[in-house]
Design a protein around this ligand. Sequence first.
Ligand code: SF4
Length: 458
Amino acid sequence: MPRTVRRVLLLNPPGARRYLRDVYCSHSSKGTYLYHPMDLLAQAALLAPRFELRFIDAIAEGLTPDTTRERIVAAAPDAIVFLSGAVSHAEDLAFLAGLKRTDPELVLVGMGDVFLWEAERFLAAHPWIDGALPDFVSAALGPALEARTARGVIGLDPFARGAGKGFAYGAPPYDLLPMERYRLPFGRPEAFGSLLTSFGCPFHCTYCNTAEMPYRLRELDGVFDELAYLRARGIRKIYVRDPTFALNPRYTRALLDRLIEEHWDLSWNCFVRADRVDEALLERMKRAGCYLVMFGIETASDALNARSRKDLAQADVRAGVAAAKRVGLEVLGTFVLGMPGETRRTAEETIDLARELDLDYASFNVATPRLGSQLRDQLALGSVLTAGTRGLDGSNEIPDLPDEVLSPEEVWRLRNRAVWSFYGRPRYLARRASQALKDGGLWIGARNALTLFGSALG
Ligand code: SF4
């Protein structure tokens, strides 16, 4: 019988890179930016009423495995809820196995992409892990820890019938986190909150593992509890972590109306789809405090967008970006190079498009056979336990898609060229430097730029 659990530690394990393992999308930071581990944050909110909580984010604090171990021993937890990811699972589990050897009664529960798509396999391969929590907004873990039944797969996975159309949690205990360590890639360095209002996505993009995950909305009361908690601590900057914001018009209207009518005076950014916003909505978002929208543009090629089932025409991208700029929002575009069928010509067109749209920021990634994605299934790569992690970090690693027109090295060179071509423009650099001087973000901007340019050498 496992021991009684009173003290729970939420752990983002140490790592060789600055891993971002949350929201089922494990990769690493391209710059100095780092976000709160969303999965652990949501569980902290759900577990706080029942347990004495501790929180160690070894990535944010830059802790070594030894220092992390010392901190864990000092915290003396009865259970550890830890985050792992496809890109880092070998490192993560070697570290966790050491903890279990020292304290065999310690209850260990894993979260992250490998504990959704490969939960059974990982538990079988590592029988010393007590349980897996596939759905990071599930309320099932607290009762299971209390009843000492936190074994095997806990709760339903987010794809399961009955997983529900909504989810609820209140204000996460941000005070437990090293808030000064989290950074957005843009703007001046200041503490911010990571807010989730929805999760899942009804679209079908083959490279995205959130595709077809049932779209669920968070109860608005919890959203406003979290905003009130942050406001009480002087935090008004919010990163809305929804995979795609504003997909449900009624919910979006209720949220925006309340933000406007109650004068929340926030400053937030979010991802939107260019074909699901119009000028009226963007204008309303701006009035509610939105300052930056992020569009998943991916490629300039309509044919590649159709093939990858993004189903987003370039005309919609241009219209969405133009509308956002007209209402005075900053715009970030994300791009993926090396998708199946990519040629040098389509890649060059994408690089040109990024410049032509006059975006404020651009993020260039390489196609990745992400765990849980249709692309991974099409390539029949199988489990990361056997296939390994090569090519899984689309932010910082040379891609590894077999049988493509462009070699992995060519795709990586094109990605690097895209970074230099976009960020290396003298006029762009001058504009950013002048903006950073105004808003106080010059140092963080310069560090991000140096890290990004450094990663794009070669
Ligand atoms: S890339 Fe965006 S639109 Fe496509 S499935 Fe993922 S979250 Fe949805």
